[in-house]
Design a protein around this ligand. Structure first.
Ligand code: DC
Length: 254
């Protein structure tokens, strides 16, 4: 991860730059990545969507999520493509557009489970390195600055207090109400507080945090040279402005 010369040199134009954004669920990575990509004219690539697509395939195939051998074999017969879009990436799983399925909380949970296995991670990392090889991207995930592109020109680790992330995730899922009822299976309409769906979402988020941060292979953590951005007390606009300033400063640096 260290020692080799960076493939992205400071003299290169922003169009070839790699911006790596890592951080836990609900910190606002997707929104931030989307805005940065627009602002700097880069492609936005969401690696979590790739783990989600693979999880969907495993669930459809009825493979137990702890059966690493069978999951590993499944990678050999799986193709995942990310197509950059304006709002979010379009995800093609074996040629099928599965974008609309991937935010379901059962997929969210399964993605975190399958992502602990080294063979699956190295397969994904290879796909992601190919996708971003030409630069000109904002790539977001958990291990972009540490493993996928350790020489990325700009690395941001976006964090926020767990309660704030949980609340954001709850609001986000609330916008596509079926997600809340599907997973947490309990919110009765009109019932707002205390909301069992909210409690369930928070519990799921904390469990996922635990798993993503404590897995043996490439756990979620900031790269040593990442800029830490804590969005706990920030509005979305403030976080976006701060991130734009970070990227602009890095690009201007010799
Ligand atoms: O970013 P997301 O919430 O869509 O990611 C879903 C899961 O995928 C996340 O809980 C862990 C896994 N993931 C990962 O291990 N490495 C990445 N680079 C991206 C996601």
């Amino acid at each position: 991860m260290s020692g080799a010369a960076s493939p992205i040199r400071s003299t290169e134009s922003p169009r070839n730059t790699i911006v790596a954004i890592d951080g836990p669920a609900g910190a606002g990575k997707s929104t931030l990545a989307r805005h940065l990509a627009r602002h700097f004219g880069l492609l936005n690539l969401e690696t979590g969507a790739m783990y989600r697509a693979f999880a969907l395939k495993a669930l459809r195939a009825g493979i137990p999520l702890d059966d690493s051998r069978t999951l590993e074999r499944l990678t050999a017969e799986t193709t995942i493509r990310l197509e950059p879009g304006d709002e979010e990436n379009r995800v093609l799983l074996d040629g099928e557009d599965v974008t609309g399925f991937l935010r379901n909380p059962s997929i969210t949970d399964a993605a975190s489970r399958v992502s602990v296995f080294p063979a699956i991670r190295s397969w994904m990392v290879g796909l992601q390195q190919k996708l971003g090889a030409r630069g000109g991207i904002v790539m977001e995930g958990r291990d972009i600055g540490t493993v996928v592109f350790p020489h990325a020109r700009v690395k941001i680790f976006l964090d926020a207090a767990p309660e704030v992330r949980g609340q954001r995730r709850f609001e986000q899922l609330g916008q596509s109400g079926s997600d809340v009822t599907t997973t947490a299976e309990m919110a009765s309409p009109g019932d707002n507080s205390p909301s069992p769906a909210r409690e369930e979402i928070l519990r799921e988020l904390y469990a996922r945090d635990e798993r993503d941060r404590n897995r043996a292979d490439s756990p979620l953590r900031p790269a040593p040279d990442a800029v830490l951005l804590d969005s706990t007390a920030m509005s979305l606009e403030e976080a976006v402005r701060a991130a734009i300033a970070i990227v602009a400063a890095k690009l201007a640096a010799p």
